[in-house]
Design a protein around this ligand. Structure first.
Ligand code: AMP
Ligand code: ZN
Length: 464
């Protein structure tokens, strides 16, 4: 697979550290509010990346954090903890806020057909790991204690800015709005690893540490969770482009100083979703969420389809007109596909030809828009029989994830009937009454219900 690497600023061949096994880390949401569809564009991008790797035959172990403490209102060290802002706004505990918005996030995540990473870990559950890392960073003189807080000393690194195009003088106070002069820091671009003192009183979540009661900085959370669950060598790590600086720059600094070697080979960044007024943000008044799109009558997958039609490294402006267009196109595609006939044989040669083209296109820096063009070419190709088309489309949709082949709706009554029959057949098999078991299978088949015995139990599908 060819992929753009922010670290080298080039499209490169993707070569994992351990042959076929990929370790992937995604920066998770800060759960102080609903995730907007801009955030979700980022997770769709990561989902496409993971599913492309799976399609190409890699094994992927992916971890994602949930930021439930330590992310201040600026991405640097100024402002209040976003969770504290939410706690005061909603008059609830931080943990209640975190649970509520984490659940809401994963509801939207699933509606967008995003695959759950194997490891999802809230920042508050890994405090020991951050303390262990910070202790070593202090011991090795990469970090220092000042005014009760622990800071990373960026002057200890020759290549602190290697991920970003920022120059040190651009970071001078005043050059960026988000940087506030902090007298506790040796260098103004140093960043906090642990806070015991802050401008804001009454931080709810505090943990004991060798430096007093306090809480971790946002950046150390992702390094800690990634190293704890995925080990010392990471293949690919990503987020939105706003994460390049300071978040990922700081993650590299502290992880590599802690580990004593290079940490992650590929850095993957998704461009932003904009609205007509600019970058979408959670603090910009009304939040445009997946539920809002649903309330307006749209299928969340129409939004996913809209994202697939543009490249992940290009900004995309959201309008309801473009969403409507995506919804109409997706409906037409699904309609066309539902008219394909599932009878006949798969033509293996044709299957391989299209499948290889799909793999080549999608491994060209995740060119989803061209992969959709290939889907149209396939649908138009009169030399390909329907059965082969359906098989290819169902494979392509493992990456697209837009339900191109809609499962037939099964009503509750039918579901109950099938489940009872499956139970009856199970009992017949236990009783060694195979005649009855076969009869039940045939009875179901006569109603177009096909059952299959798998390691996970008996599953069923409606045959057309
Ligand atoms: P947050 O919940 O604020 O920590 O953000 C979650 C993820 O969404 C981060 O990786 C951000 O880089 C990403 N993100 C934030 N705003 C946008 C946007 N407008 N478009 C795309 N991604 C975004
Ligand atoms: Zn992160």
């Amino acid at each position: 697979m060819q992929i753009y690497n922010t670290l080298t600023k080039k499209i490169e061949e993707f070569i994992p550290n351990d042959s076929n096994n990929v370790k992937m880390y995604t920066c998770g949401p800060t759960v102080y509010h609903f995730a907007h569809i801009g955030n979700m564009r980022n997770y769709i991008g990561h989902d496409i990346l993971e599913k492309t790797l799976l399609y190409l035959g890699y094994n992927v172990t992916r971890a994602m954090n949930i930021t439930d403490v330590g992310h201040l209102t600026s991405d640097s060290d100024s402002g209040e903890d976003k969770m504290e802002v939410a706690r005061k706004r909603e008059n609830k505990s931080s943990m209640e806020i975190a649970k509520f918005y984490t659940d809401a996030f994963f509801r939207d995540f699933k509606k967008l057909n995003c695959k759950m990473p194997e490891i999802v870990s809230p920042a508050t559950e890994n405090i020991d790991m951050y303390i262990k890392m910070i202790e070593k960073l202090i011991e090795d003189e990469y970090a220092y204690i000042s005014g009760g807080n622990i800071y990373f000393d960026i002057s200890k690194l020759k290549d602190y800015y290697k991920l970003t195009n920022h120059k040190i003088d651009e970071m001078v106070v005043g050059a960026r709005d988000s940087v506030e002069k902090d007298n506790k820091k040796k260098n103004q671009a140093d960043f906090a690893l642990w806070f015991t003192t802050s401008k804001f009183e009454g931080h709810e979540l505090l943990w004991d540490s060798p430096w007093g009661k306090g809480y971790p900085g946002w950046h150390i959370e992702c390094s800690g969770i990634s190293i704890k669950y995925l080990g010392e060598y990471l293949d690919i790590h990503g987020g939105g482009v706003d994460n390049i600086f300071p978040h990922h720059t700081n993650e590299i600094a502290q992880s590599e100083s802690y580990l004593g070697h290079k940490w992650c080979n590929y850095w993957f960044h998704n461009e932003h979703l904009l609205d007509e007024s600019g970058k979408m943000s959670k603090s910009n008044g009304a939040i445009l969420t997946v539920s809002v799109l649903e309330d307006e009558g749209y299928d969340p997958l129409a939004f996913r389809f809209m994202c697939l039609n543009s490249h992940y490294r290009k900004q995309l402006t959201f309008t309801y007109d473009s969403l409507k267009q995506a919804q109409d196109t997706l409906n037409k595609l699904r309609n066309k596909i539902s008219n394909l006939n599932n009878d006949g044989e798969i033509n293996q040669e044709v299957f391989d030809k299209y499948n290889n083209s799909f793999k080549n296109i999608i491994s060209d820096d995740l060119n989803t828009a061209n992969a959709i063009t290939l889907l149209y070419d396939l649908l138009k190709d009169s030399d390909v029989n329907d059965k082969t088309k359906l098989e290819l489309i169902s494979n392509f949709d493992r990456v697209f994830g837009v339900d191109l082949i809609k499962e037939e709706e099964i009503d509750d009554e039918l579901k109950k009937y099938i489940e009872e029959k499956i139970e009856e057949r199970k009992q017949a098999k236990i009783d060694k009454n195979f005649e009855l078991a076969d009869k039940i299978r045939e009875e179901l088949l006569s109603k177009n219900i096909e059952i299959k015995d798998t390691r996970e139990g008996t599953i069923y599908s409606i045959v057309k």
